[in-house]
Ligand binder design. Sequence first.
Ligand code: SAM
Length: 351
Amino acid sequence: MALDMDKLNAFVGRFVTDLGAAVHAGMVVIGERLGLYKALAAGPMTSAELAAQTGTDERYLREWLSSQAAGGYITYDAATHKFSLSEEQAFTLAREDSPAYLPGAFQLALGALAAVPRIADSFRSGAGMGWHEHDDGVFHGCEKFFRPGYAANLVSSWIPALHDVKEKLEAGARVADVGCGLGASTLLMAKAFPKSQFFGFDYHEKSIAAARGAAEREGFASRVQFQVAKAKEFPGGDYDFVAVFDCLHDMGDPIGAARHVRQALRPDGTWMIVEPYAHDELKDNLNPVGRVYYSFSTLLCTPCSRSQEVGLCLGAQAGESRMRSVVTSAGFSRFRRATETPFNLVYEARP
Ligand SMILES: C[S@@+](CC[C@H](N)C(=O)[O-])C[C@H]1O[C@@H](n2cnc3c(N)ncnc32)[C@H](O)[C@@H]1O
């Protein structure tokens, strides 16, 4: 066997980057939990100064700061021994309202990785694992990771890309957000469209309890109701608009869910389906975004679908053709890709 040393070295170099990234997930979660990035955004500091600001142990902090500086997440000035955040580092790590706030993604990753032993067993048994069975970091990390993208796109570009929906929401419409999780998307829409009524549904009780808390805190309790319900069973009818964000592929029976959405919609209503960005063919998803989604899908989405009736297991990289097939099998007569971002595909389905 003749090893190509250049190729071997390149692969090992990549492995070092990946190993660093794997343990780095924990570093980012620590940094966010203790408010380290936010404190450092105030200006350059030594480890002792940041320790004093954040009430943390200087020795631990110095080790953490060094890991961050080695990974390019924090900037180090060897002349002054001070650490700081560049504008870009602060934008992505310290500003929760930024459209590219990153720590939630690592919280989600760390939470999902806690399931590795059980999922490894599932490879042999074929058993599922429900969303509700995961570590709490999954629910909160998911909300924190997805909310900035929804805040940047949902009201300003996704809804306007749909036929007539923005006008209906402005005038006052009945809206269901199915599989709403902690309700980030529901609350963003409620804020933007004060004449409309919003109903958020999810089968996960803890998520619905957290969503209710958020609605109360934000003062939307009268116009936004969150209720525990499965996608195939959510109550009410005559909805003008139903939305599903990053959850249709998690469901065991997405065709059954689609049928239920269809009968719950008004005849002139619209169903918006937001899904992870994906091409139809595996070969076209073999890129960094595909790697993220296939990995999360192995730990979260596929086992969730497998844990429910039918267990279709579309996976997070289902792609447009499979989504079209799910939606049209349920009786929708129109289906199109309304818009997209590098991370999401947004489909419009009409009865
Ligand atoms: C990836 S999370 C997305 C949550 C939320 N839509 C968001 O974008 O932040 C998937 C959600 O689908 C929910 N879910 C999975 N299967 C479901 C089902 N059959 N009925 C209702 N909700 C379901 C999970 O509980 C979870 O909250």
